[in-house]
Design a protein around this ligand. Structure first.
Ligand code: ADP
Ligand code: ASP
Ligand code: MG
Length: 416
């Protein structure tokens, strides 16, 4: 089987849904399982719904109405008659969501988040499944939660591979075209879980792994993996081929074109990953496979914004040693900081991290009791893989460099 993933950008509106048909016409739809994300920016819109539900109930109906209107407009563009069964199916999903809001007793943000956010994917896949059926691409709509089982670490659930393997093997007929949701799973009690933002690529890899798929293709608004995000860097170039290891490195450092967890399951079974343009589906794009290295071998740029850089030294100017470092790491872990770079010298320890859960104030309170702390907020972390002098110079131009670290083929630079 082949696994395809269409992300939010590829199905951002009715035109995007129509284009899915164009892609399938050009590349075929036999023996294919299609993983789809929420349309356009709908996941962000559902995040606002969740926020007002928990904090500002008076605005809940308005926020829900936004999402409803968006999907209703898409339906009106795709289906001629408002009597079409798809309208009922979409209304049912909104009714289900309404029941959740009326009956939920949990104040837990992460739990509520996972029960609500997935409606983006449930809606997009319902629309696409009906539309493909209408256009002659007979398909089965699959509720991914019946296949992907996870623990209950809401908003970043871990896959139960054994249970998932069993369910996928049992539920999927390789001769059928499937449309299913990315990003979602379910826990032991069948509550919805999510794999983390942008997790739909990972869903594609999970299915590919369990199905021993022949390939995974992710359809993007870019020609493939470039040597930098074209929204940020100028004159980016297409990478034709990269190894799994290289792609893992790029994703690890923050190249947001592939979700970092996607590659390992594919590498284990040597399933090739193609990153291709949904506008030019017949172009070769980028191939990620077991071949070595990267082609062409050019510097690759990655930027992580809004990072925090802390420099710590002991209050009595003693060395920063194992005990201090382990204490610092315990605090970073317990405050859910995602550490990007560390550097230590005799009397100071620097760490650059992402405060994804807004815990900086609390962390500083603990650290300041034990250390002298210098804190730079809102710094940028640049990574260059396969750097050369020219690429470093170009990057550092007009910036204040706060920290720099070299490691084999990688340089990391924190700037203000
Ligand atoms: P999806 O619709 O699959 O969610 P995303 O918007 O998450 O797609 O990913 C596509 C975007 O990733 C591109 O528009 C591009 O701006 C960005 N991007 C970041 N790094 C890279 C890179 N190295 N190569 C190509 N695109 C990149
Ligand atoms: N819809 C989810 C998100 O925007 C998952 C994904 O698109 O991969 O994060
Ligand atoms: Mg995305």
């Amino acid at each position: 089987m082949r696994v395809f993933k269409f992300g939010g950008a590829s199905v951002k509106d009715a035109g995007g849904v129509k284009n899915v048909i164009e892609v399938l016409r050009k590349v075929g739809s036999d023996n294919t399982l299609i993983v789809v994300s929420a349309m356009g920016k709908m996941t962000n819109a559902f995040e606002r719904v969740i926020d007002v539900y928990l904090n500002d109930k008076l605005n809940l109906q308005d926020e829900i109405e936004n999402v409803k209107t968006f999907h209703r407009n898409v339906l009106l563009e795709l289906f001629e008659s408002s009597q079409h069964a798809v309208f009922g199916a979409i209304s049912e999903l909104f009714e289900e969501l309404d029941v959740f809001f009326k009956t939920n007793k949990s104040p837990d943000y992460s739990f509520v988040y996972d029960q609500v956010i997935g409606y983006g994917e449930l809606l997009s896949t319902a629309i696409i499944s009906f539309y493909l059926n209408e256009k002659g691409f007979k398909n089965n709509w699959l509720d991914v939660r019946a296949c992907v089982k996870t623990d209950n670490y809401y908003r970043g659930a871990n896959v139960d591979w054994e249970a998932t393997q069993e369910l996928v093997s049992k539920s999927i007929d390789p001769d059928t075209l499937y449309i299913t949701q990315g990003f979602l799973g379910s826990d032991k009690n069948n509550f919805t879980t999510t794999l983390g933002r942008e997790g739909s690529d990972y869903t594609a890899a999970i299915f590919a792994y369990c199905l021993n798929a022949e390939s995974v293709t992710i359809w993007k608004d870019v020609p493939g993996v470039l040597n930098g995000d074209p929204r940020i860097f100028e004159n980016t170039q297409l990478l034709h081929a990269i190894s799994y290891t290289e792609a893992i490195e790029l994703a690890f450092y923050g190249a947001s074109v592939i979700h970092p967890k996607t590659l390992q399951p594919l590498q284990q079974k040597e399933i090739p990953l193609y990153v291709k343009s949904f506008l030019n589906p017949e172009d070769p794009g980028t191939t990620v496979n077991k071949a070595k290295g990267i082609s062409p071998k050019i510097p690759c740029f990655i930027l992580k914004q809004n990072q925090v850089l802390l420099s710590l030294s002991t209050l009595d100017f003693s060395y920063v040693v194992e005990e201090n470092i382990s204490e610092i790491f315990n605090l970073l872990a317990s405050h859910k900081m995602k550490v990007d770079v560390i550097q230590n010298s005799a009397i100071s320890f620097s760490v650059c991290f992402d405060d994804a859960y807004n815990n900086l104030e609390k962390l500083l309170l603990h650290l300041k009791a034990k250390f002298k702390v210098t804190c730079h907020q809102d710094v940028s972390l640049y990574t260059i893989r396969h750097y050369d002098d020219l690429s470093i110079k170009a990057l550092e131009k007009d910036k204040i460099v706060l920290l720099k670290q070299l490691f084999q083929e990688t340089i990391q630079i924190v700037t203000k």
